[in-house]
Ligand binder design. Structure first.
Ligand SMILES: Cc1cc2nc3c(=O)[nH]c(=O)nc-3n(C[C@H](O)[C@H](O)[C@H](O)COP(=O)(O)O)c2cc1C
Length: 187
């Protein structure tokens, strides 16, 4: 086993989601650098069928308003939904860019985009940031797509909520070995 493979395993085993984060956030240059690494996932026909949109500051409130409108919420319920993107200083919208292709169906392109999302989440965690991938029943609503400026062939896969790790708060880690019950061999 190479040194690199061992460190990838350790990073994967150590990763966990951080539901609560501080106001610290990575800058665009760090994000692009991590994305360069994340984008090395397997990619049928090298379509790079994805993009990522950084959402900071007031842009988070615009997305929150679109979420509340998409849900058709009013009053307190609308305020609660609209505040969801404010839980982290940075949201990374993960977008699958799905094009017609003779050999690569839509599901394969979404699988590549999701792979980039998981790799990016792992790399951010490994770099010391707090990350949590979130979605909601409104994730694919046209109003939410419009708030992100998505084209017709673009599909939102949710958001990586990213921020600093609060002092002394260490989220629970999943225990046990789910793999043991999900692995088999064709006889
Ligand atoms: C596509 C996707 C969407 C998710 N959406 C949510 C969500 O909306 N709310 C939530 O609490 N967890 C959501 N999760 C799960 C969390 O990101 C996280 O994996 C889970 O809380 C378990 O924590 P762990 O990653 O530390 O094991 C989602 C995960 C994925 C991959």
């Amino acid at each position: 086993m190479s040194v690199a493979a061992a460190s990838a395993r350790e990073a994967a085993l150590a990763r966990r989601s951080w539901p609560k984060v501080t106001d610290a956030a990575p800058g665009d240059a760090e994000l692009v650098s991590l994305l360069d690494a994340a984008s090395r996932v397997a990619d049928h026909a090298s379509l790079a069928p994805w993009r990522v949109i950084a959402i900071r500051g007031d842009a988070r409130a615009r997305v929150g308003r679109a979420i509340a409108d998409a849900a058709g919420a009013e009053g307190d319920a609308a305020e609660k939904l609209a505040a969801k993107p404010l839980r982290a200083p940075l949201l990374l919208a993960l977008v699958a860019v799905v094009r017609e292709h003779p050999k690569v169906p839509a599901w394969e392109q979404e699988a590549v985009a999701a792979g980039v999302g998981h790799q990016l989440s792992l790399l951010l965690d490994d770099a010391g940031w707090g990350v949590m991938w979130r979605t909601g029943p409104y994730t694919r609503h046209p109003l939410v797509a419009a708030a992100h400026g998505l084209a017709d062939d673009e599909r939102l896969l949710g958001w990586l909520y990213v921020g600093g790790r609060p002092e002394g708060a260490r989220p629970e880690r999943r225990t046990g070995s789910p793999a043991a019950g999900r692995f088999s061999s064709l006889g």
